[in-house]
Ligand binder design. Structure first.
Ligand code: ZN
Length: 312
């Protein structure tokens, strides 16, 4: 293709120090599918995005496999969540990759949580309160407003790494953010009735969704963050669920559904599996459909909820 030849020529003549492939594309190594999807929205044909994890995997616990090290070795840009989400596996991969371009402090190192305010920062660092998320909850991508903020910064980063295509990235970012803002308005209108509804979640990984839609998280199936649900804790939750109207018990596609289903069966509260990220279910094929299907599932649960305290 003459177009990619031109790009290669421009890259060489301007002395850009990027390791361009023959297609002059930026190799993006994303830790999670949502960031690979965002990079693809912003980069189009100018990037190759690879995700280290898929929607049915728990991003807290990933094996630092040799295949991932090989992928990272060739990456021009690392896009991850940060805030310790990948602390169990990313530092090992970074060290073993031997790739200087994507080390902390380099332009090729991008942690999404560095650019948005975090919720749930612990007041006291107490390891007995659970074993993860000392920096605050890292699960920012469940709030599309925060995705918009990350998109703006990521677009700037792509421009800095590949200045010859800066105008293309800018145009794609403008178009994406315009469509994204329209979608946010649409989702917010659809989800108005969810405001103030109470939910129980498996892990505390929906705090940003809750913050966005005004949902109230009243309990988690995990007794402490990262600690699997126990029978005694679930029994306590059953008692809680009898006292206040809970709309749904939420779990992510990658989580074991059994604790949620156990509590649902005993309490009558619908258990709802949400995709959590792109690829978490068949419908969630990109960032837009991820939120479409998430709102669909929540509204369906709201429709199934018995109307506590309301007389017909
Ligand atoms: Zn978490």
């Amino acid at each position: 293709m003459h177009h990619s030849l031109t790009k290669t020529f421009l890259a060489l003549t301007t002395g850009v120090l990027l390791a361009f492939s023959s297609q002059a594309a930026i190799n993006v190594f994303a830790c999670e599918p949502e960031w690979a999807a965002l990079a693809t929205e912003l980069g189009g044909g100018n990037i190759h995005a690879f995700s280290a994890t898929h929607g049915k995997q728990d991003p807290h616990y990933i094996q630092a496999r040799p295949s991932l090290i090989a992928k990272l070795r060739n990456a021009d840009l690392l896009v991850c969540t940060g805030a310790d989400l990948e602390i169990g596996w990313l530092p090992v991969l970074l060290r073993k990759s031997g790739n200087r371009r994507i080390q902390p402090g380099q332009p090729g190192y991008f942690m999404a949580t560095d650019f948005v305010p975090l919720l749930d920062k612990p007041q006291i660092l107490d390891r007995s309160a659970g074993d993860i998320h000392a920096a605050g909850s890292p699960h920012i991508h469940t709030d599309p407003r925060r995705i918009a903020t990350v998109a703006r910064v990521l677009a700037q980063r792509l421009q800095a790494l590949n200045p010859e295509q800066a105008n293309v990235y800018q145009q794609r970012a403008d178009e994406f953010l315009h469509k994204w803002q329209e979608a946010i308005t649409r989702w917010e209108n659809r989800a108005k009735g969810l405001h103030g509804k109470k939910i129980i979640t498996h892990h505390k990984n929906w705090v940003y969704l809750q913050d966005w839609l005004g949902l109230q998280g009243v309990a988690t199936l995990e007794p402490k963050p990262g600690v699997p649900p126990t029978a005694s804790h679930l029994s306590q939750l059953h008692a809680v669920a009898k006292q206040e109207p809970v709309m749904a018990i939420i779990y992510a596609a990658y989580q074991n559904p059994k604790p949620a289903l156990w509590l649902s069966k005993r309490s009558g509260i619908p258990a709802v599996e949400l995709p959590f990220t792109v690829g978490g279910n068949k419908q969630a094929t990109d960032l837009f459909s991820l939120f479409d299907t998430t709102i669909d599932a929540l509204l369906q649960a709201a429709g199934r909820q018995p109307e506590h305290g309301q007389q017909p």
